[in-house]
Design a protein around this ligand. Sequence first.
Ligand SMILES: Nc1nc2c(ncn2[C@@H]2O[C@H](COP(=O)(O)OP(=O)(O)OP(=O)(O)O)[C@@H](O)[C@H]2O)c(=O)[nH]1
Ligand SMILES: [Mg+2]
Ligand SMILES: [Zn+2]
Length: 335
Amino acid sequence: MAQRRLTQRQRARIARIQEKRRERLNRRAEVPLADAREPPPLPGRVITRHGANLVVADESGRLHHCLFRQNLGHLVCGDQVVWQRTGDGEGVVTALLERSSLLSRPDYSGRDKPLVANISQILIVVAPEPPTSDFLIDQYLVAAERAGVAALIAINKLDLLSPPAAAELRARLAAYERIGYLLVQVSARSRQGLSPLLERLRGHTSILVGQSGTGKSSLIKALLPDLAIQIRRLSRATGLGRHTTSAATLYHLSSAGELIDSPGVRSFRLPDLSPSEIQQGFREFRRYLDKCRFANCSHESEPDCALREAVEGGLVDRRRLENLRRMVAAAADRR
Ligand SMILES: Nc1nc2c(ncn2[C@@H]2O[C@H](COP(=O)(O)OP(=O)(O)OP(=O)(O)O)[C@@H](O)[C@H]2O)c(=O)[nH]1
Ligand SMILES: [Mg+2]
Ligand SMILES: [Zn+2]
């Protein structure tokens, strides 16, 4: 208990220090000569992180290799920060600004760890090969709903499919379209369908997620004519060579917008969520949830379950309800 109180006090102190730095940043324009020896605090954006190393873009888009103060918590790709120059192309991050959204997932020890911040959209990339389970898609959709950001699904590698096979794959995912998630069919290789996708990415900060090998990096390459230049600048800034696909990395879309490439997963694990948090992540279920006879209905075998009735009536996709139950069971197993 004593230890916890101390931690809270420490946290409050850190928050005060960060608040002061933020204030200093806000006053920057008013008192330019306040302290001539101290490098001025500058606004920046975390482009990528490799262990203790950050690449931070300044307001003009120039990249700087930055270290960061230990008390800032876990900084991630997409974070807005305050930083100070310490040398040519080098700096130190001194404060973290408020996040508009945050995507996290449990690390190996089961603790939630931030993945990316300040995204406005999740683009789930699937392909005929390797196939993606609808369970994985539903986990990403719950994550998007929890983070309060939009989500859409891109079926990539259209060039591998005959028109009937493409139609069949699309039909398999049509349930997502019916509940309001946009579905686009594209090919990074043949460049089919890229314009409508670009249209949906404009003005957004989108993270591409999905099973390893579905073509996230290939899509980013197809969408960004200057990707090679951006990667060269990045590896110059990190001094780390071309390790850019092992960590979430933010790229600029010339048509205004940002794309974040993320390393693929074999299975995505949601953060620790309660059953009610998980079911709120199924957007088409929400209207039924307060109509079950029991407030804590598990939608398994209780009488007068509005959700099961909706499934029987064909109003709700059966697989979605099965995946909800599976997520709830998986979360219970972890506790
Ligand atoms: N035929 C075809 N192959 C593609 C297409 N897009 C990507 N590929 C191939 O799929 C493989 C995986 O592509 P990547 O872009 O590395 O996939 P990724 O999703 O970034 O994979 P991770 O980084 O491991 O998550 C590569 O061999 C690509 O050439 C496509 O539209 N058509
Ligand atoms: Mg990749
Ligand atoms: Zn129910």
